[in-house]
Design a protein around this ligand. Structure first.
Ligand SMILES: Cc1ncc(COP(=O)(O)O)c(C=O)c1O
Length: 375
């Protein structure tokens, strides 16, 4: 089976994990601190804080910023639902914003329209732009817009480690940035997440909340306020430490793969069968999702491809179509998120794939879609 993606785990990662297992220091410790230090350099931030998942990072960010009941938070209507789940989990109201049909991200226009249309009763207090699949959201325009309306900004860069916009790492321009280290992401520690901020007070709060609200003093440990346990283990951090130096090369390889796919899929685009994702020089290409013509049976296509040994998937969810967000409709109404959810197809994609995989996938797609009679 050609998998949707396979994490790059070589012997040096296995060795690093073995060394931690032999050391006996399994929970957050020296490896976690080292991973945070090299992440700070890589991202260009004052503080990187590792946690147990991307969802944990988003959740902690909202708690640390004091978002809760009575507050409303702007989020894209097309994303992995964790972006919206955390808003609900802190008791706030998600305001769903439609996305662009080719970048799959919210736009300054769609966010401005949602802010204009919002009538409460909750107070708009925060905005979570998502750098969907590694495509940078337009922070140059979105950040001033959010600031003008007094909104806190938590960037969901779960899929976007290594993506850049205007020379800056995606995730590093708002109040807090969040990344995921899940195995479908370019850098993985099995499960895991990262928070970043340049604000020393916020960083201290995030560290406190990550670890039971504990403050260590010469006299001993004090439980300062109720906190969570959302630590990343040192077993996981050791994986990240070994892998991070490879990330820029992996992203270069992913950029070449995306270009190969675009070229090989061009005949199907010309035939009106699909549209391609928008290109951006800072795109980190965590996922490569095309959008099929509306009359193509996407779920059957996924089954047919699987029958021929190729794993594909839907890209992400339309939140307003999930039971967890029942009765919340995009503001103002918009259909792009639901179209992407219904017709999106994520193709096999990772740094270890090259021309043979692209050829295999695109040949089969063209046999099934462009010349269905030969099927
Ligand atoms: C946009 C987005 N946000 C949040 C998450 C949650 O990350 P995790 O799976 O590490 O909890 C994901 C994971 O797929 C994601 O794609």
């Amino acid at each position: 089976m050609l998998r949707l993606s396979t994490p790059s785990i070589d012997e040096s990662v296995i060795e690093a994990v073995n060394a931690v297992l032999r050391s006996g220091q399994l929970i957050y410790g020296a490896q976690g601190q080292h991973f945070e230090a090299i992440l700070q350099d890589f991202l260009g931030v004052r503080h990187a804080i590792v946690v147990s998942s991307g969802t944990a990072a988003l959740h902690l960010a909202l708690v640390a910023l004091g978002i809760g009941p009575g507050d409303a938070v702007l989020i894209p209507n097309f994303t992995f639902p964790a972006t919206g789940n955390v808003v609900r989990l802190v008791g706030a109201h998600p305001v769903l914003v439609d996305v662009d049909p080719s970048t799959y991200c919210v736009t300054p226009d769609s966010v401005a329209a949602a802010i204009d249309a919002w009538r409460g009763p909750e107070l708009l207090r925060a905005f979570i732009p998502v750098h969907e699949f590694g495509h940078p959201a337009d922070m140059r325009a979105l950040l001033p817009l959010a600031r003008y309306h007094g909104l806190k900004v938590v960037e969901d860069a779960a899929c976007a480690i290594g993506a850049t916009e205007n020379g800056k790492a995606c995730g590093t321009q708002g109040d807090i940035g969040c990344w995921s280290l899940h195995p479908r992401k370019t850098l993985t520690t099995g499960e895991g997440g990262i928070l970043s901020t340049d604000d020393d007070v916020l960083a201290a709060k995030l560290r406190l909340l990550r670890n039971h609200g504990i403050v260590r003093q010469p006299q001993g440990v004090r439980f300062e306020e109720p906190g969570y346990n959302l630590r990343l283990t040192d077993i996981q951090s050791a994986m990240g430490v070994v892998q991070l130096p490879h990330l820029p090369r992996w992203i270069d390889q992913r950029r070449v793969l995306a270009a190969n796919y675009c070229q090989a899929l061009a005949p199907m685009v010309s035939a009106g069968i699909m549209t391609l994702p928008a290109k951006h020089p800072g795109h980190s290409w965590q996922t490569f999702m095309v959008v099929l013509r509306a009359d193509i049976d996407r779920d059957r296509l996924i089954r047919d491809l699987a029958g021929e040994g190729i794993e594909t998937n839907i890209g992400a969810q339309c939140l307003s179509m999930q039971p967890a967000f029942e009765n919340i409709q995009p503001l103002p109404t918009g259909v792009n998120a639901s179209n992407l959810y219904k017709h999106g197809l994520a193709l096999p994609f990772c740094e270890s794939y090259g021309s043979p995989e692209v050829e295999r996938v695109t040949n089969l797609l063209s046999r099934l879609l462009l010349h269905p009679n030969n099927h």
